[in-house]
Design a protein around this ligand. Structure first.
Ligand code: PLZ
Length: 446
């Protein structure tokens, strides 16, 4: 194998960023590709492996984003590459609804085994996180014979029409794209850094407000499901107060509302648990997964209570490509990598390293208002010193500095002021430390 983890795990700059070849190719990009597509770093990728991305100019860049929490097992992980190569040679597509194959069945078995809860579970596979969320809502509505969907401030669930309605942030996700699907209700979110009452009993006051609003404004008996990310991803790695999620789950249970955990970003070892729900012992009725499931190939799943998953009429769920044999082969490789290389524990280790470094930075730089996260999902929220006012200018400057030094770091947050760290879980410690040192420098100059 010529790429993948066999690439030297090093930061190496041979040109400025972007180099001359990238600059040329990005002009071609601008000619050919819709201007609607964003670009976090202006370099064109040639190879990527483990924790680095190598661009067409030969720069080796430390990847602190993992393609937005996708290549948790590293880019071109050995088992993923091997499985995909074998699958492509065997067959590329039959459509699971036309003629089934073992990869799909085995991925469902793995999801049923790995997701929280020991009850009987079943799964269905799709292509993207948004498609998984859409299907979870379809299933919940049919099962409960109710229509309302409850979501939360700062939540992100996708870019399709239903999931745009479920996503909180207008710019850039929703602006001008309406009308949105009805029967989606947004509730306040427990956001410790920005809750006034937080120091005492945030979970109680926000939880009480949510329950009050559902009861008085929607009617609990009209709610099919509540969909929530256990840690808000795009919203800025918001970790709710302890007790908030279990309180919601209990309210759902008491009112026969399905509790749907959107673990598209938090899933597959990212937070130092296989799934973030495990941290407070929550067992969702349904769980949506994607991103980290397949080491970079497009795959998503809905997993949950067998009685719920089986309540849909034959052919009520599906799609041409959902659970493609190639993506399933990749997923089995990724899942084996997570388990055999103990990446859940590794995420905890990387997490302690990151949070220790970030908390040190917080002592030095008053622009850091908050350090938060769990496992290898860590973030800092940047503010105007002496206040909680968001500081997106400092964020832009820090991210640019990191890029110029060969470190790719992603932003997030409703206010565009959160730096999020999501390294591949196989990243060697020396690379992570180097990335954190450069982040430290970037904040010093911001
Ligand atoms: N649910 C919790 O994080 C995708 C979006 C990037 P898809 N997040 C990254 C962008 O700007 O489009 C996401 C998520 C959660 C659902 C989704 C949607 O997953 O695979 O992008 O459809």
């Amino acid at each position: 194998m010529t790429s993948g983890p066999h690439l030297p795990q090093e930061r190496k700059l041979v040109t400025s960023i972007p180099g001359p070849k990238s600059q040329e190719l990005i002009k071609r990009r601008a000619e050919a590709v819709s201007a609607a597509l964003g670009m976090a770093i202006p370099v064109v990728v040639e190879k990527a492996g483990g924790g680095v991305i190598v661009d067409v100019d030969g720069n080796s860049i430390i990847d602190m984003g993992a393609g937005i929490a996708v290549v948790n097992v590293g880019n071109s992980a050995n088992r993923v590459v091997k499985n995909v190569q074998a699958q492509v040679e065997a067959f590329t597509h039959t459509c699971f609804m036309i003629a089934p194959y073992m990869g799909y069945i085995e991925v469902c078995e793995a999801l049923n085994r790995l997701t929280p809860g020991t009850h009987k579970k079943k799964s269905a596979l799709f292509n993207s996180g948004a498609e998984a969320v859409e299907n979870a809502v379809k299933i919940a509505r049919k099962f409960t014979n109710r229509q309302a969907v409850v979501v939360f401030e700062h939540g992100y669930h996708g870019r399709t029409n239903l999931t745009m309605a479920m996503t909180a942030k207008n710019m850039p996700y929703k602006d001008g794209f309406g009308p949105f699907t009805p029967e989606v209700y947004r509730m306040p979110m427990s956001y410790p850094f920005r809750c006034d009452s937080c120091s005492s009993s945030c979970e109680n006051s926000v939880l009480e407000t949510v329950i009050h609003k559902i009861e008085k404004e929607i009617g609990a008996n009209n709610v099919a499901c509540m969909v929530i990310e256990p840690i808000m991803g795009e919203g800025g790695f918001i970790v709710p107060c302890k007790g908030f999620l279990p309180g919601l789950a209990k309210f759902c249970k008491d009112n026969r509302i399905l509790f749907v955990a959107d673990e598209v970003q938090t899933g597959f070892a990212r937070t130092g648990q296989m799934f973030a729900c495990e941290d407070e012992g929550i067992v969702p009725d349904l769980i949506t997964t994607a991103k980290g499931i397949a080491g970079g190939l497009p795959l998503a799943g809905v997993t949950g209570r067998a009685d719920v998953m089986d309540s849909i009429h034959m052919s009520g769920l599906g799609g041409t490509y959902g659970g493609s044999p190639i993506a399933c082969a990749a997923a089995l490789g990724a899942i084996a990598t997570i388990e055999e290389e103990k990446l859940v524990d590794r995420a905890k280790e990387l997490g302690s390293l990151m949070s220790a470094a970030l908390n040190e930075m917080k002592k030095k730089y008053p622009i850091i208002g908050d350090v938060r996260g769990r496992g290898a999902m860590q973030a800092i929220e940047l503010v105007v010193p002496g206040s909680k006012d968001p500081n997106p200018a400092a964020l832009a400057s820090a991210i640019k500095y990191c890029q110029q030094k060969g470190v790719l770091i992603l932003s997030a947050g409703t206010y565009g002021n959160v730096i999020r760290l999501l390294p591949p879980l196989v990243m060697p410690e020396h690379l992570l430390k180097e990335a954190l040192e450069i982040l430290d420098e970037s904040l010093a100059q911001a």
